[in-house]
Write a protein that binds this ligand. Structure first.
Ligand SMILES: Nc1ncnc2c1ncn2[C@@H]1O[C@H](COP(=O)(O)OP(=O)(O)O)[C@@H](O)[C@H]1O
Ligand SMILES: [Mg+2]
Length: 359
């Protein structure tokens, strides 16, 4: 049997470059080697694409790639002139470019089938602002929020924000991930530093009501219909004010993970159905991880959706499916199959409109 050629796209021009490498390493090791041949395509922090012998942090030691802009026969070419094509691309990229629809657009334009959410869902989910606005419209519970662009910086006054959102409140760069550019604000001094930090990374910042409570995540898989895992919980050590970058990736002792989360059945059902609703409202495809808050009074809020959730050793997404009896290897195969099925379905619609227009 010929194996399907899966291009693992990893690294990327994002603050989550390193996280992507850790996720991709796991995809490469757990992928079913009887069914798939992997081609590891590393994207450097400068945005240059390389073919690497395996997933590695030394991306630039690989062979620089060119892509032939030919949607009828899209091929990559390495430095030695070797050509190869992919049966399917699996972007294991987090954040800017990789998760925001840019690379999905490139793959789509080149008719390369891919795993995961397409251009529209990726970009709306990446924008914490647009995602919130869309969810609000669909009646999905989200926190109260305000937003400002950098050129409105002087119009943001601590006392007014405090009056609208209460204290503490959260300040976030609107389009990042991994808690980069996210701060908890308790005072005017915190506020000035928080804005400085968020605007360093983004042109738009979001200010949000703070929810005191539990951090819950729910894994969604599939398209018609999507399935929800049982929710899991991230219990963050009291040494941290919130789920910061260090708590996520640096300090191995910072969090305790519970899969499934200890929840009443009714709350668990609400979380699962609200997560599916959010996934559908944000046009997600194949898979996503929905992150929620459960307040002390028992109210559920959707915080955000990650269209390419982490696949590292401490990542919730694969853990939540494992709890449902889906192994890491089977999960990867399911994702690839979903991506290929969706590509096949997308070929059904006419690309050309026959008209008498002269051009
Ligand atoms: N409204 C909020 N209330 C309480 N904590 C929050 C709120 N928003 C964010 N946080 C904390 O900040 C962390 C990171 O924020 P999040 O919006 O998830 O950004 P990222 O995309 O970087 O993960 C969350 O996991 C949570 O710990
Ligand atoms: Mg988050």
């Amino acid at each position: 049997m010929t194996k399907l050629k899966v291009g693992i796209l990893y690294g990327g021009r994002s603050v989550e470059h390193g996280v992507s490498i850790n996720s991709a390493r796991n995809i490469e090791s757990y992928i079913d080697k009887h069914l798939y041949e992997t081609l590891c395509i590393g994207i450097s922090t400068k945005g240059v694409w390389y073919l690497t012998p395996s997933v590695s942090k030394e991306i630039e030691k690989g062979s620089k790639l060119k892509l032939h802009l030919d949607a009828e026969n899209p091929r990559f070419e390495d430095e030695k002139g070797n050509l190869f094509s992919l049966d399917v691309a699996f972007p294991v990229l987090h954040g800017t470019d990789g998760e925001d629809g840019s690379i999905q657009g490139l793959l789509k334009a080149m008719s390369i089938p891919m795993v995961g959410t397409g251009v529209l869902g990726s970009s709306v989910s990446m924008s914490k602002l647009v995602a919130k606005q869309l969810m609000q419209q669909a009646g999905i519970p989200v926190t109260d929020f305000l937003f400002f662009r950098h050129d409105q910086r002087d119009a943001i006054h601590f006392d007014e924000v405090k009056k609208k959102l209460g204290l503490p409140f959260m300040v976030k760069a609107a389009n990042l991930g991994s808690s980069v550019g996210v701060s908890k604000v308790k005072s005017k001094e915190d506020f000035d530093l928080a804005l400085q930090d968020s605007f360093k990374y983004d042109d738009c910042v979001l200010l949000e009501e703070y929810v005191k409570g539990r951090e819950i995540e729910c894994a969604i898989l599939g398209n018609q219909p999507p399935e929800a895992s049982l929710p899991g919980e991230i219990i963050i050590s009291s040494n941290y004010e919130f789920y910061t970058f260090d708590a996520k990736y640096v300090d191995g002792e910072a969090v305790k993970i519970e899969v499934p989360a200890q929840l009443d059945n009714a709350i668990s059902d609400t979380i699962r159905s609200v997560s599916i609703k959010a996934y559908q409202q944000l046009q997600c495809e194949d898979f996503s991880r929905v992150d929620l808050f459960l307040s002390e009074s028992g109210k559920v809020y959707v915080n955000e959706i990650n269209t390419i959730p982490g696949f590292t050793n401490s990542s919730m997404y694969p853990m939540m499916w494992k709890e449902r009896g889906v192994s890491f290897t089977e999960l990867i195969s399911r994702l690839i199959t979903l991506g290929l099925e969706r590509y096949k379905n997308s070929q059904r619609t006419e690309k050309e409109f026959q008209s008498s227009l002269k051009f």
